[in-house]
Ligand binder design. Structure first.
Ligand code: ATP
Length: 258
């Protein structure tokens, strides 16, 4: 059963068609990477799935039409990890994780022992428990990214949506976030994850499926093993090459090679 089902999704904004007839399914245990050039519609697709932009077509979460779900119900199924560059809320990682419990709380509920245990395990999963009381504004980029992931984990949803989780991170922090995402993927829980990224090697390393958008359309939907330089060249309109090494390999635009 799909956690997220998108059928004939079309989004128009500012008099332009941003997404056209997009079809997509996310099943439990799938890690779906959405790649594509600037302006292809990746973030808009994530927003449409979260019910944050008006659209035509059908989006269903856990088989229930998005249009019939309240924001609180959506928040029980799907959690968004935004880019830290979109602004840091004036709270600590602990407070952010507590706030993320909102979809599950009644009007007069405080945070009980069970919820606190969940919040603690989310902060520990991203190795941020020690920094739980440091204001978000004082954290490094990697720490802030991990705090956003912890808040999404504390929300305890079946689906995580990540918008460019490694953008603006240095290499060490990119590796940290990749390790965390690989760990989440391999835990064998029934969670599904969708990540928009510019980093094709991150997509190939982490995803169980890769979808490419170009000018608002899905131009490719396949497993990472079936994606090579030729396919990426046609998506990004630059020539890609594969670099192989006994330790592994990667795919790079030829013009960026030394
Ligand atoms: N609110 C809006 N009104 C009008 N146009 C918009 C709006 N939001 C996004 N767009 C346009 O939609 C297109 C797709 O934007 P989107 O941010 O989804 O692309 P993206 O693939 O995530 O791009 P990038 O890789 O640069 O982040 C862009 O041309 C953008 O200018």
């Amino acid at each position: 059963m799909s956690i997220v089902s998108v059928r004939d999704l079309t989004v128009q904004m500012g008099g332009r068609t941003i997404l056209r007839d997009v079809n997509l399914d996310l099943r439990p245990r799938e890690a779906l990477a959405v790649i594509g050039p600037n302006g292809a519609g990746k973030s808009t697709l994530l927003k449409a799935i979260m019910g944050m932009v008006p659209h035509r077509g059908r989006v269903a979460l856990d088989r229930r039409p998005l249009s019939e779900l309240s924001p609180r119900q959506v928040g029980r199924i799907i959690a968004l990890v935004p880019q830290p560059s979109e602004g840091r809320p004036p709270v600590t990682p602990l407070e952010l994780a507590i706030l993320s419990r909102y979809p599950w709380q009644g009007s007069f509920d405080g945070v009980g022992c069970q919820e606190m245990a969940l919040i603690r395990s989310a902060l520990e999963a991203v190795d941020l428990w020690e920094l739980r009381d440091v204001p978000m504004g004082s954290l490094s980029g990697g720490e802030a990214q991990r705090a956003l992931i912890a808040a999404a984990l504390a929300q305890d949803t079946r689906c995580l949506v990540l918008d460019e989780p490694t953008a603006s991170l240095d290499y060490r922090h990119q590796c940290e976030v990749l390790r965390l995402l690989l760990d989440l993927r391999s835990r064998g829980e029934d969670r599904g994850m969708i990540m928009a990224t510019h980093d094709v090697n991150l997509a190939l390393r982490w995803a169980t499926r890769v979808v490419a958008l170009r000018e608002g359309r899905v131009v490719l939907d396949r497993s990472p093993e079936d994606l090579g330089p030729e396919e990426l060249s046609s998506v990004f309109q630059v020539r890609f090459r594969r670099i192989s090494d006994p330790q592994g390999g990667c795919i790079m635009p030829q013009e960026l090679m030394l």
